[in-house]
Design a protein around this ligand. Structure first.
Ligand code: ZN
Length: 312
């Protein structure tokens, strides 16, 4: 609840999180909602050391609330991280690394860049729910900057999109994934990974998609090639795709590095799926909650993320 579980305003954020101790308390509530449990002996009783660690009363083991999270061994005050997360989530369309650098007064662009990328890694819950109900499924293409690999000819990257139809006019949640190549069975794999069995899946008329009917879905398809207006065939996907492209251009200003594209898709889905949230503070809360359940992201893995298409 706003003002109780998470700050309502920036002023409140500053009042709540004046020092690291206050930030650590908050992170502990998010990381251990049922209370601290010692990872060694399972004991629930602890006291706080001067260094801000949780020390088990039974066995003496010291535990850091930030260890094993994206805040692992950070040398920046946690209140600065909280301000960054507030800034990123309170802007409806997000911010660029330059914007973050400016507002936090970072000396280096690289630091702001790394923070943006670390937080993007926390924007997807690994255990997120499957889409359900009526879901539109298709591919779109977005422009991408090739990473300089010889032979990286195309700068258009195929993106798979699944979006729920919430009634005739409204859209529900969305999922995206970069495809290794367009028009392959990967789209069927994507469907089974993101859409709950029993759902109705609407697609164009591509023949390979007919097997969705054998995979536990009600498959509705139209022959997209014959449709007079392609946007009318899968209007939900069409709308989400155009919003995504506008966001990529507007927020990032430059072409997106292909290797980073999956993480930009995660950020856009995070924002899109919470677009009707009345309180921006709730996004702050969610991102922080996911950040304490996200593994540390050392710089080398941010700069050179594993990318499927490079291995194919
Ligand atoms: Zn213990």
């Amino acid at each position: 609840m706003a003002g109780e579980d998470y700050p309502r305003t920036y002023q409140q954020l500053q009042d709540w999180f004046r020092d690291d101790a206050a930030c650590l308390d908050y992170l502990a509530r998010l990381r251990w909602p049922a209370g601290f449990t010692c990872p060694v002996c399972g004991g629930g009783e602890s006291w706080r050391t001067k260094q801000g660690l949780w020390m088990c009363r039974a066995c003496g083991r010291k535990t850091s609330v930030t260890a094993g999270t994206i805040f692992h061994r950070t040398r920046t005050p946690l209140s600065t991280w909280f301000a960054a997360i507030w800034f990123i989530t309170s802007q409806k369309n997000g911010v660029s690394a330059q914007g973050l650098q400016r507002v936090l007064g970072f000396g280096s662009y690289e630091t702001a860049w790394a923070w943006m990328h670390k937080l993007r890694r926390a924007m997807v819950r690994p255990d997120r729910d499957l889409l359900s109900g009526v879901v539109e499924l298709d591919e779109t293409f977005v422009g991408g900057r090739s990473t300089g690999r010889i032979g990286a000819s195309s700068d258009k990257v195929p993106i798979m999109v699944a979006v729920e139809r919430d009634g005739p006019r409204r859209l529900g949640r969305v999922r995206f994934q970069v495809a290794a190549a367009p028009n392959t069975l990967e789209l069927v794999e994507f469907a089974t990974a993101t859409i709950a069995p029993g759902s109705t899946v609407r697609t164009d008329g591509a023949r390979m998609l007919r097997r969705l009917a054998d995979l536990g879905y009600t498959h509705e398809y139209v022959d997209g090639y014959r449709a007079p207006d392609p946007a009318a065939v899968l209007p939900g996907v069409h709308m989400v795709a155009s919003l995504l492209k506008r966001w990529l251009i507007g927020t990032l200003h430059y072409g997106v590095d292909r290797a980073q594209l999956p993480y930009y898709l995660d950020e856009y889905a995070f924002r899109f799926n919470r677009r009707s949230s009345t309180s921006r503070g709730l996004l702050f809360y969610r991102l922080l909650q996911q950040a304490v359940h996200t593994d540390p992201q050392p710089l080398p893995t941010l700069v050179r993320p594993f990318y499927q298409a490079d291995c194919s």
